[in-house]
Design a protein around this ligand. Structure first.
Ligand SMILES: *Cc1c(COP(=O)(O)O)cnc(C)c1O
Length: 368
């Protein structure tokens, strides 16, 4: 990569800015050797629960484990089906698959690119147990309509919040809308660890107890294993780092929204289509995705102008090789397929300067 290249996301700027605070937090964990779970991980759990406005948050080792724990806490397993949007990062579906249940992929809408409530009912069978919605790119999905369908068929709604820390739907924070909220703190997510991390949020103590047991080798009392468990604990170092970054998250979100708003109003090229954000939502702009006619050509064009773009995601879940045995075909989820073959992600991160945002806007508007 050229040294003057604007990266799609550059985490080193945050580290340089808050270096001393991060290093102090890491040192404190090392002094107490509180490496696995422990005081610093627990402290972050209570801070993150408060941030999400829920009574419980259970820190885990990554977002994929968070999704797996959520499915297990609901008792989902072999023979069950869970409805999942076709356009998401594949890990949304992994959590379902790990339990032995089957993800059933449903299409997104053509404009918000979020799970389409009109495409859910046709996927419901007598095996369906839950709808796992994703607040994709930081944009909340249409929760109330999804919830109404879930209530009609007695299904759980679970939120994949991996891209949406702090986003709001009708004024309410994500992670507290459904039965359980699943977060990732993978580097590059809106709130991120210096490594891997995740969390499951909920209102019900029974879910919290189930998840803290599952993630901790199946025990609440050491060496007494009540269920088959996993080693999914959050590391102390990650908890301490996350406590530092959580303080800055509101500031980062405000800056993401500022840049997102500028892209929306200042990118005026008619060949570029942007995500639609409904009035009743407050997105957090995890990824600024556009669609263009020829995404590979667009990415190369931007690279020539020292701007790095990625593509989220080039293959929809239902057409991934890993799920070939589920028997989906091209044409099953047309909106998700269109998005996959036309999407490009523009650089957007809190430490981006106004000049850099303007460079992205200028390049987009000059593209033909
Ligand atoms: C990142 C992500 C995950 C997985 O989180 P990890 O921490 O990488 O395991 C799940 N779902 C979505 C939508 C994501 O973006």
């Amino acid at each position: 990569m050229r040294s003057n290249m604007l990266k799609r996301i550059d985490l080193s700027r945050d580290f340089e800015k808050h270096k001393q605070e991060y290093m102090d937090a890491i040192e404190a964990v090392c002094r107490e050797t509180a490496f696995s779970g422990g005081r610093f991980a627990d402290k972050f759990d209570s801070e993150f629960a408060a941030f999400c406005g829920v009574p419980y948050a259970a820190g885990v080792n990554n977002g994929t484990s968070a999704l797996h724990c959520a499915m297990m806490a609901l008792g989902i397993g072999a023979g069950d089906e869970v409805i999942v949007p076709a356009n998401t990062f594949i890990a949304t579906a992994w959590g379902v698959t790990y339990t032995g249940a089957t993800p059933v992929f449903a299409d997104c809408t053509a404009d918000t690119w979020e799970l389409d409530p009109d495409k859910i009912e046709e996927k419901i069978t007598d095996r369906t147990k839950a709808i796992l919605g994703v607040h994709l790119y930081g944009q909340p999905f249409e929760f109330n309509r999804v919830k109404a369908i879930a209530d009609k068929y007695h299904l759980f709604v679970v939120e994949d919040c991996a891209q949406a820390h702090g986003a709001r739907y009708e004024g309410k924070l994500v992670g507290g809308l459904g039965e359980l909220g699943c977060f990732s703190f993978y580097p590059g997510k809106n709130l991120y660890a210096f490594g891997e991390g995740g969390s499951v949020t909920c209102y019900k103590k029974e879910y919290y107890d189930a998840i803290t047991t599952i993630k901790n080798q199946g025990c609440q009392v050491r060496y007494y294993h009540d269920v088959i468990g996993y080693n999914y604990r959050l590391e102390g170092l990650q908890g301490a780092v996350l406590s530092v970054s959580l303080k800055y998250l509101p500031e980062w979100t405000a800056r993401r929204r500022e840049i997102g708003a500028r892209y929306h109003s200042e990118i005026t090229n008619p060949t570029i289509t942007m995500q639609v954000h409904p009035e009743n939502t407050e997105p957090v702009f995890h990824l600024f995705v556009i669609t263009v006619k020829d995404p590979e050509d667009f990415v190369a064009y931007m690279r020539d102008r020292d701007i790095e773009c990625h593509r989220h995601y080039p293959v929809p879940c239902h057409l991934q090789k890993a799920y070939a045995d589920l028997g989906y075909r091209e044409g099953d989820c047309p909106n998700a397929e269109y998005l996959a073959s036309h999407c490009v992600t523009l650089p957007l991160f809190p430490e981006m300067t106004d000049e850099e945002a303007e460079m992205v806007i200028g390049a987009c508007n000059a593209y033909c």
